[in-house]
Design a protein around this ligand. Structure first.
Ligand code: DGT
Ligand code: CA
Ligand code: CA
Ligand code: ZN
Length: 577
């Protein structure tokens, strides 16, 4: 494989998952789980697996033994895996898709494939509809009906995706639609406009003098794999990445009402509708209508809908039916932190540990984003898998950072720091004397997630009582769509954080968003201050900050709640730099 087409972690994971699936189909024991464990570890690896391989770190990845490491190297080098190809040849084509259907195990899947010669779920559905399954030995009419129902279910149950992955795709489509001359207005709607952490499907709204033309462009956009519904008011497509996108073209007079309705959330809209009903008005996607007079009260612009109901306009990030409408009525909505309010990033990795770019590259990109400072927080020794720094190595890094600062024009500052590891007993993997010399100490849990709630709470509290610890990194350890948060008494942690002045991180990495919106809101109520940090492992990741700000906004946070909205001069007081 060529250098420029290097495999992604997701691609490697997909291959390992398929090996696991096929081994299971063959009835092999234990190995399928091993492959899946390895796949999951790779999928959630914060660094490109090819980089890990290059420095010989593959077998340090949890779940990756010698044998699987070998396979991974083959995938990295050749882009494919011979073992997978031979497994595929042993089994009839298509079976792995059938076993993903509810109620179809390996035996049935193989029988269906062999007896009917079907290769795809579509073929299987056609066979079921033609009544060809009921006569197979061991099947019958009821099984046939169940298979049909499972196929339908698999089509409606949408997989959720990370906001950070989908937002750029959605914006690209939005831009393409906006560039059509007959298009007047375009907006994202639904969960993606609310910046929810995961997205079911993308909703887009537009107005145009020629709806058919807009739908034609939309249905034939590059990347569209399948058109699910095609009409002049609504068209739904599935992109080759499996993401569904719904476009609705509405009349200009209804745009505001439609935007309000399709932005949701459903919970928010239910409360809105109640307010309308109380006035004998009707609120739907076409407008707000006074039922007494039959006249439209609002509908053209979204703010008008809120105004007519006696409400301040509500930021989409707040529309979850969590008290925002009451606050809008009382005039107590928070002045949410703006996307442009961030002055620096307090958790950035470099090539000194597991990052892909050197300090100066990260600094350059951060400057281009308009930041005043970033804190270089590479891992410390305790995290072997991430090539953590020894105290001596860290001292070298500090000297390097001081040198760069000395040679800079003074408009941008690199802060020294660490993302140290919180051990099982709450200990920190750097001596106090080293911590004392650093500007920013982020401490995070990276292992031992299975501790009891009591143990984990004690562990984190112990770390927080270390005077040198400034920030707790990704405080619940969750990985979206794959790992639950560890058990911890967050209320106790937040109370202690407020009392001790320890800052809670909102980690902006798309798979983390940790603290989550609701947790951040609870922490704010407890008087906690926050850092929003990208946890960048490469230059481009610095842009993940936006997802962290979105999470903060969904947690009702203001700029004053967030330490890195302060200029460097003030940050020094806040973090005891
Ligand atoms: P998602 O796609 O699962 O991430 O979440 P949403 O919120 O984008 O949900 P979606 O795509 O099903 O619908 C988009 C918006 O349309 C939703 O946020 C609110 C509105 N909507 C959809 N169905 C209903 C409904 O049955 N009742 C009400 N009140 N609103 C609905
Ligand atoms: Ca949606
Ligand atoms: Ca939708
Ligand atoms: Zn980190």
């Amino acid at each position: 494989m060529e250098n420029h087409s290097r495999v992604t972690n997701v691609e490697v994971a997909a291959i390992l998952y398929e090996v696991g699936d096929l081994l299971e189909l063959k009835g092999v024991r234990f190995k399928p789980q091993a492959y899946r464990r390895a796949a999951l570890a790779i999928e959630t690896l914060p660094e490109n697996v090819a980089d890990v391989a290059r420095r010989g770190g593959l077998d340090e990845i949890p779940g990756v033994g010698r044998n699987i490491a070998e396979k991974i190297r083959e995938v990295i080098e050749t882009g494919s895996l011979g073992y997978l190809s031979s497994l595929r040849e042993e089994l009839p084509e298509g079976v792995q898709y059938f076993t993903r259907l509810e109620g179809i195990g390996p035996k049935k899947a193989i029988a269906l494939s062999r007896e009917l010669g079907v290769r795809t779920v579509d073929d299987l559905e056609a066979a079921a509809l033609a009544g060809r399954i009921r006569d197979l030995p061991g099947f019958g009419e009821k099984t046939e009906a169940n298979i049909l129902a499972s196929i339908q279910l698999s089509r409606t149950a949408k997989e959720r995706r990370l906001l950070g992955k989908i937002l750029p795709v959605a914006r690209d489509i939005e831009r393409r639609l906006a560039s059509i001359p007959t298009v007047r207005q375009v907006s994202l709607a639904g969960s993606i406009r609310r910046r929810k952490e995961t997205i079911g499907d993308v909703d887009i709204l537009a107005t145009s003098t020629r709806p058919e033309e807009v739908m034609e462009v939309f249905a034939t956009l590059p990347g569209v794999e399948r058109v699910l519904v095609r009409g002049t008011t609504k068209t739904s497509v599935v992109l080759s990445t499996g993401i569904q996108v719904d476009l609705r073209v509405v009349e200009e007079g209804h745009f505001g009402a439609a935007l309000q309705y399709f932005t949701g959330s459903k919970e928010h809209n239910i409360v809105m509708r109640k307010l309308a009903i109380a006035r004998n008005w009707r609120l739907n996607e076409y407008g707000l209508v006074d039922l007494t007079t039959g006249r439209a009260v609002a509908g053209e612009d979204e703010a008008g809908i809120y105004r007519a109901l006696g409400l301040a306009w509500i930021e989409p990030e707040l529309r979850e039916g969590r008290g925002e409408i009451e606050a809008a009525r009382a005039g107590t909505l928070p002045d949410l932190v703006g996307y442009d309010a961030i002055k620096g990033d307090l958790h950035v990795h470099t090539t000194w540990s597991e990052g892909a770019h050197p300090i100066e590259e990260m600094a350059k990109t951060a400057r281009a984003l308009g930041y005043e400072y970033i804190a270089i927080c590479d891992h410390a020794e305790g995290l072997r898998i991430a090539r953590g720094l020894s105290p001596a190595h860290l001292a070298d890094q500090m000297r390097e950072i001081e040198r760069i600062n000395r040679e800079s024009d003074g408009k941008f500052t690199l802060l020294t720091g660490t993302e140290c590891n919180i051990g099982m007993d709450g200990s920190i993997d750097l001596p106090d004397s080293v911590l004392a010399d650093l500007n920013v100490v982020v401490a995070s849990v990276h292992s031992g997630f299975k501790q009891s709630e009591k143990e984990m709470t004690e562990r984190v509290l112990t770390a927080m009582h270390n005077d040198h610890v400034d920030i707790i990194g990704h405080p619940t350890g969750r990985i979206l769509l794959s790992r639950e948060p560890y058990r911890i008494d967050l209320a106790a942690v937040f109370d202690a954080a407020a009392a001790l002045g320890v800052v809670m991180e909102i980690n902006a990495f798309p798979g983390r968003l940790d603290l989550a919106d609701v947790n951040a809101r609870a922490a704010r109520r407890a008087g906690v201050r926050f850092s929003i940090a990208s946890d960048a492992h490469r230059r481009e990741n610095l842009r993940y900050m936006e997802m962290g700000v979105a999470t903060a906004r969904r947690g009702w946070l203001t700029a004053g709640d967030i330490v890195n909205t302060r200029p460097l001069s003030e940050l020094k007081g806040v973090l005891r730099l």
